[in-house]
Design a protein around this ligand. Structure first.
Ligand code: AMP
Ligand code: GLY
Length: 414
C-alpha cells in the first residue's frame, strides 16, 4: 500500500512512525512533513491551503490511501477533492468536518442527538453575550465559533476577560462550565462502525499546575488509570453512536477520526468539543501502544469496511509525551534556534526545520518527547529523560505531565 500523509507536526511524526512500521506499507510519502518525519517518509513540498495541489500529489505518487493530519485542510474540503479523484482518504468530508469547524454546528448536532454537553448560547451581539454570561455564571466559558488553532477558548472567572474575548471573536458560543477531569477519546469510524482507541489526557495550559494561557497541548499520557472501566462504552453509547447516527441522518456521514473531548462530571461524561482528526499531542501517546498495523485500520475506515476489521490489539503498559516549546510560546514563538538531542527514538518533531544540514526550531511547539514503559511512572521517567537530553535555548516544558495520575490525585466529582 502506498500511503500519503498530509501534515507536518508531532501528530504526523507519530502517524508516520506507526504507518512506516506497518508491513503492508510499501511506500510512505508525507506533505510537507518535517526533518523527523523525513527519516521514515519521502517528503514533498506542499501548501495545505492548495487542495488541488494536494490531490495532484496524491495522484502523482499513486497513493492507495491518503491520511490527513490537520483540521484546516479537512474543514476546507480536501477529503472531497481526493474522493472525487477516486482516492481512498482517511478524514471526513467538508460537511462532516463542520463538527470541528463550527462550534455552533457541533452544538446543534448534539442537541438533535441528545448528547450530553454543556448548556450553551450562540451569540453575536455584546448584549447577548452579557446575558449568557449571567445565565451560566462563573467560571465563564467563551469559545470562538470557528477554527482557532487551540486558542479560541477562554475560561475565566473575570467577566471583563470573557466579554473582551467575545468582542475579539465576533460570533461565539458561551457555555456552562463543566467541572471534572478531562479526557480525549479517539474513535476510528467509517461513518457507521465505531472503533475506540484508549482514552488519553492532554495538558492544555502552558504552566505547571494548569496555570497560564491555553496552548495547542503541552503533553499527554495514556491510558488513564483513574478512568472507570465502563467509561469508553458509556461514551460510545451516549455520545459517539448518537452523533454518528445524526450525521448519517443529515446525509453527511462522518468517516475518519472522531475526537471526543470530554469532562467527566458528577453527572457523567459530557462533551467539551469534537475534533475531526487525531489530537495533538494525544496521538503521540496512543499510537505507540497500538500493536495492530495502522495503515490497514485506516484503509478499512476510508473504504467503509471497518465492520470486517479484526479487533485491535494493544501493547501493555503506558505512554507519556512531554512537549518542548520555544521561548515566547504560546505568544509569538522565537524560531531559528539550534536544537540538539532530537535524533533519539521517541523524540517526535513538531516545529523543526533543517537549515544547511542543521536542525533548528520553526514553531511554538518544537518537540514531543515520547516514551512508553511497563507502568505510567516508568513511561513518565523515560519521557523526561528524553527532555533532559534536548538542548534548545530558552525552551519551556511542563514538569508535571501525568504527575497527578501517577500520584492518584485525579478524582471524578460526585
Ligand atoms: P476546546 O478548544 O473546546 O477544547 O477548549 C479548550 C479547553 O478549554 C478545554 O480543553 C477545557 O480545558 C476548557 N474548556 C472548554 N470548554 C469548557 C467547559 N464548558 N467547561 C470547562 N472547561 C472548558
Ligand atoms: N489536543 C487538543 C487538540 O488536538 O485539539
Amino acid at each position: 500500500m502506498r500511503v500519503l500523509l498530509i501534515g507536518s507536526g508531532g501528530r504526523e511524526h507519530a502517524l508516520a512512525t506507526a504507518l512506516a512500521a506497518d508491513p503492508a506499507v510499501t511506500e510512505l510519502h508525507c506533505a510537507p512533513g518535517n526533518p523527523g518525519i523525513g527519516a521514515v517518509a519521502r517528503l514533498h513540498p506542499a501548501d495545505l491551503g492548495d487542495l488541488d495541489g494536494l490531490a495532484s500529489l496524491a495522484v502523482e505518487v499513486t497513493a492507495d490511501l491518503v491520511v490527513v493530519g490537520p483540521e484546516v485542510p479537512l474543514v476546507a474540503g480536501v477529503a472531497d477533492v481526493l474522493r472525487a479523484k477516486g482516492i481512498a482518504v482517511f478524514g471526513p468530508s467538508k460537511a462532516a468536518a463542520r463538527l470541528e469547524g463550527s462550534k455552533d454546528f457541533a452544538k446543534s448536532v448534539m442537541a438533535a442527538a441528545g448528547v450530553p454537553t454543556a448548556r450553551s448560547r450562540t451569540c453575536t451581539e455584546p448584549a447577548e453575550v452579557a446575558a449568557a454570561l449571567d445565565e451560566f455564571g462563573p467560571p465563564y466559558v467563551v469559545k470562538n465559533d470557528g477554527l482557532a488553532a487551540g486558542k479560541g477558548v477562554v475560561v475565566s472567572t473575570e467577566r471583563v476577560t470573557a466579554l473582551r474575548h467575545a468582542a475579539e471573536c465576533g460570533r461565539v458560543v458561551v457555555e456552562e462550565y463543566l467541572a471534572g477531569p478531562e479526557m480525549s477519546l479517539f474513535v476510528v469510524t467509517d461513518g457507521t462502525t465505531a472503533v475506540p482507541l484508549p482514552p488519553a489526557q492532554d495538558f492544555k495550559r502552558i504552566g505547571d499546575g494548569d496555570t497560564g494561557p491555553n496552548t495547542g497541548g503541552m503533553g499527554a499520557y495514556a491510558p488513564l488509570p483513574w478512568a472507570p472501566p465502563s467509561l469508553v462504552d458509556d461514551v460510545l453509547a451516549t455520545v459517539v453512536r448518537p452523533t454518528l447516527g445524526e450525521l448519517r441522518r443529515l446525509g453527511t456521514p462522518f468517516a475518519g477520526l472522531l475526537y471526543v473531548g470530554l469532562a467527566i462530571t458528577a453527572d457523567g461524561p459530557k462533551v467539551i468539543e469534537f475534533n475531526c482528526r487525531f489530537g495533538d499531542p494525544e496521538t503521540e501517546v496512543v499510537l505507540p501502544l497500538l500493536e495492530t498495523p495502522l495503515a490497514g485500520l485506516l484503509h478499512a475506515a476510508a473504504t467503509g469496511r471497518l465492520a470486517d476489521h479484526p479487533p485491535l490489539r494493544w501493547r501493555p503498559g503506558a505512554a507519556v509525551t512531554v512537549v518542548v516549546a520555544a521561548a515566547g510560546y504560546p505568544g509569538t514563538p522565537r524560531t531559528g534556534d539550534p536544537i540538539s538531542g532530537a535524533d533519539l527514538a521517541g523524540v517526535l518533531h513538531c516545529g523543526t526545520r533543517a537549515v544547511d544540514g542543521a536542525l533548528v526550531s520553526s514553531g511554538g511547539r518544537v518537540l514531543a518527547c515520547t516514551a512508553t514503559g511497563p507502568t505510567l511512572p516508568d513511561a513518565r521517567a523515560a519521557a523526561y529523560a528524553l527532555v533532559d537530553g534536548v538542548r534548545l535555548a530558552g525552551s519551556q516544558h511542563r514538569t508535571d505531565i501525568a504527575l497527578a495520575a501517577v500520584e492518584g490525585r485525579i478524582r471524578i466529582p460526585r
